[in-house]
Write a protein that binds this ligand. Sequence first.
Ligand SMILES: Nc1ncnc2c1ncn2[C@@H]1O[C@H](COP(=O)(O)OP(=O)(O)OP(=O)(O)O)[C@@H](O)[C@H]1O
Length: 285
Amino acid sequence: MIKPIDTKLNAAAQNNFSLTEPDRTRSSASIEVRNLSYCYGKKRVLDCVNLTLPRGINILLGPNGAGKSTLFSLLTGLKSASLAKTGAGKDLAVDTANNEIKVCGLSLQNARRNIMRSMGVVFQQSTLDLDLTVKQNLLYHASLQGISSANALSNISDILSVLALKDKLDVKVRALNGGHRRRVEIARALLHLPSVLLLDEPTVGLDIESRALIIKYVRALTQREGLCVLWATHLMDEVTLEDRLIVLSGGDVKAHGITQDLCSQYQVDDVPQLYRKLTASMEVI
Ligand SMILES: Nc1ncnc2c1ncn2[C@@H]1O[C@H](COP(=O)(O)OP(=O)(O)OP(=O)(O)O)[C@@H](O)[C@H]1O
């Protein structure tokens, strides 16, 4: 039986939780991508991608292999779009002369450290240390971000209460279920009060209750705090008509705009129809 969504979270998500020290860059929370291409060997998986993502929820939809995770790796600096310039590594970024990634108005190439301070990331694969407790995982991340233990503990306490995880503080991650682990990853991504949040399929494999809880929390926080969120998913019921939608297929941006406007433009009734029309994919989840 499906249990009702945690009422504590509902109340907190709607009213009570607010990050206490807004990041200096939050007013300019945004992501800009210009002429971004990327190849693995000879295979081009991103083809001159251009995107301007403002504050709010920006949903990235695309079939398997569309290039979503590669885009995330480039945005987080895990992959470089300028390898061709240095000749390093086997993977080859192309069109390096013109490509640019800006986060909160800062160029990733020149201001990587500042950008990392204003960015929270949840990767597709869990990156928590299974043998550390929730608290140890979060404190370690906070220390990497240069947050004092006292401030970190205060933020951890706030975020975990909202995510209904406070009783798991001293539990080893290995002992948590998938939904709880995902919530810990979201807490970790928010601990340093980022302006930009990157979520690579954060709800994949979760039960209905955990999914709903995470979606509600991220949406409420985005609205309250003015975050810019890039959210990759295959789950079309996570998209609302007000969200900005990016449809990526074969490394190409097929459409980019407010979902409602795109549905009107392509004369379809809903997101699954829009997705099928733009990607010729039968995948509808
Ligand atoms: N390290 C790599 N070496 C070679 N090819 C790769 C590598 N990583 C990804 N690819 C290929 O690049 C393409 C894009 O992969 P990517 O993981 O970015 O897509 P995706 O949209 O995130 O897919 P999914 O929805 O399945 O996670 C795919 O064809 C994939 O096989």
